[in-house]
Design a protein around this ligand. Structure first.
Ligand SMILES: Nc1ncnc2c1ncn2[C@@H]1O[C@H](COP(=O)(O)OP(=O)(O)O)[C@@H](O)[C@H]1O
Ligand SMILES: [Mg+2]
Length: 267
């Protein structure tokens, strides 16, 4: 089993298995031997500060970057180094950091772009209806230029475009970035519904640990290209290190409490 040792309780082969992957920018190793498993039906989150390597890891999985070392196995097949469009066709969709919608195309044209790489385009209308049922605003704004949408609406469009590719695994890169707390709640509630109702397995990269751990089953903490913690979301939420470094609870009272707890365990 990969680092983290998580399982979905059903055992069996993971949907995605990242095995000892290393990815470079020139001479700089941004991903330094990362291993993790994602099982079918899970929401798994990767937490980490700015520059930890979260985006690089997702780009390596989706084929935007090639790993120097290691394996990436999806549904039992090795996909490391494959072309991004082949990886999309295999069932992995990457919703990139910063949304990257096409600002001069209409909302509906953006959604059509998401269906572009699919071999079965027969269900386009049904899939569009499905996306509109989760994001009604995308139906209301179908003919409008996507660049005029608000940040939250653009994030919805980016996720909707990804859904049009009929993914089995969706890679989400910081969907909460730059959004108000209310919108973040709204988008994360939809992410959870997509997981439960559409059966989309989700690998979610976030700096917002609090919100990500509430929606995820399992979490990994990435620091300078390495996984330094791996556990269930419940245990990570309760972990003092995660609280101190990723949930921003490092006030005096917490430190006092921690010192007291440590003394207690030593005696
Ligand atoms: N285009 C790039 N060229 C060179 N180095 C990069 C580039 N993008 C990211 N890096 C470096 O790779 C590391 C990981 O970056 P990134 O994956 O974007 O982190 P995160 O998404 O966790 O903020 C950082 O140290 C960053 O400086
Ligand atoms: Mg990033």
């Amino acid at each position: 089993m990969a680092a983290g040792g998580q399982s979905n309780g059903k055992g069996g082969q993971p949907l995605l298995s990242v095995q000892n992957v290393e990815t470079f920018y020139g001479a700089v190793m941004a991903i330094r031997g990362v291993s993790l498993d994602v099982h079918e039906g899970q929401i798994v989150t990767i937490l980490g500060a700015n520059g930890a390597g979260k985006t690089t890891l997702l780009k390596t999985i989706s084929g935007v970057m090639d790993p120097e070392k290691g394996k990436i196995v999806f549904e039992g097949k090795e996909i490391q180094g494959a072309e991004p469009d082949a990886i999309v066709r295999s069932g992995i969709v990457h919703v990139p950091e910063g949304r990257e919608i096409f600002p001069f195309l209409s909302v509906e044209e953006n959604l059509m772009m998401g269906a572009f790489t699919r071999s079965d385009r027969a269900n386009f209308a049904a899939d569009l209806d499905m996306v509109h049922s989760y994001f009604p605003i995308l139906k209301d704004r179908a003919g409008q230029q996507a660049g005029y949408l608000s940040g939250g609406q653009q994030q919805m469009l980016a996720i909707g475009r990804g859904l049009m590719g009929k993914p089995r695994l969706m890679l989400l890169d910081e969907p909460s970035l730059g959004l108000s707390p209310i919108l973040v709640q709204e988008i994360f509630a939809i992410i959870r519904r997509l997981n439960q109702e559409q059966g989309v397995t989700i690998l979610l990269v976030e700096q917002n640990a609090n919100v990500a751990l509430k929606v995820a089953d399992h979490g990994f903490v990435l620091e300078v290209g390495r996984i330094v913690m791996a556990d269930t979301s419940a245990r990570l939420l309760a972990s003092e290190d995660v609280q101190e470094f990723y949930l921003g609870m490092h006030g005096e009272s917490q430190r006092e409490q921690k010192r007291w707890k440590r003394r207690k365990t030593w005696r």
